[in-house]
Design a binder for this molecule. Sequence first.
Ligand code: FNR
Length: 359
Amino acid sequence: MQHTVHDFEAAARDKLDPVHVDFIAGGARDEITVRANEAAFGRLQLLPRVLRGSAVRDLDITLLGSRARMPVLLSPTAFHKLVYPEGELATVRAAAAAGAIMIASMASTVAVGEIADAARATDSDAQLWFQLYIQPDLEITEALVRRAVDAGCTALVVTVDSPVLGAGERNRRNGFHDLPPGLRCENLVDLRDGERGHVRQIAMSPELNWEHIDWLRGVTELPVLLKGVLHPEDARLAVRHGADGLLLSNHGGRQLDTVPATLELLPEILAAVAGRIPIVLDGGVRRGTDVVKALALGASAVGIGRPVMWALAQGGEEGVRRLLELLRDELDDTLALCGASGLADLTPDLVRVPAWAPV
Ligand code: FNR
């Protein structure tokens, strides 16, 4: 039985092909940033208030018009069928049951329309967002956006940290470059004549620039979040170019190695956007205390990537449902212990950097 997020990883490792374990767990180069993300949460301390709690705590959020029953989003991760036969259908049913926002990856192994249908069939009002890599061929990009809009997605998350594919050296060593036969990136099928959903169809382009964001703003009415802005100057530019939000992310340490932990960057990014747009943070969130720290410092919500893949591998829909329940319970418990009646009570004074050097 899994009692922590890490237990799901241990269970999944027992089940999965080691090549696929490496694909999920791995990061770029020396994986320094992968480790930094989790470590950053461990370095911060919580300083709780007492004698001011309430019997029931409110975990609801509204983010860019999308309502959710917990402030934990499912960050976009590719290839869910690699770890579980139903793939993203299982994931979205679990997200819907938990009332959590799922961000479907452009590289999903189920088409976004089918993912949305599966969510709707649950009668939950949970929202689905779509992650997009802007393609240099703008017609293709527009067709992808249309697929997401037609599916009923309520926001677009544009990943901007991937001008080239991250150097996952584990994947190189393992020769893992492609989906196995029978699995496809379904969102890419038939975008143009003869396209078969091959992962290599996803162009990572170093030629993208802010004009592409301006162009996208003109193509869709959906809220647009940028995922992977790390420099405060880029955060200011994002606001200027009409981004509705940022997903502060270093791609789980899978793109440029040795960039800072996202948690470390949060104060600078918040200062740069100065309250004009919400910031969601992902990278290394594994505990209810991590969620509380990020929200207390000013994030509007957090995202989880690898934990979802591990839970899906371990137990499919049921696994992801239990993962989300676990995080919800930990979050609720942490709020109670911090003397908070809800997320609105989370303020920066609850978080401290240790004043002494740990031994
Ligand atoms: C990802 N991530 C990702 N990001 C994205 O924008 N598009 C994608 O298709 C993927 N695919 C993907 C696959 C796998 C297996 C992983 C682990 C990650 C990055 C993801 O959205 C997120 O930023 C990180 O995973 C967050 O860090 P944690 O929670 O994994 O530490």
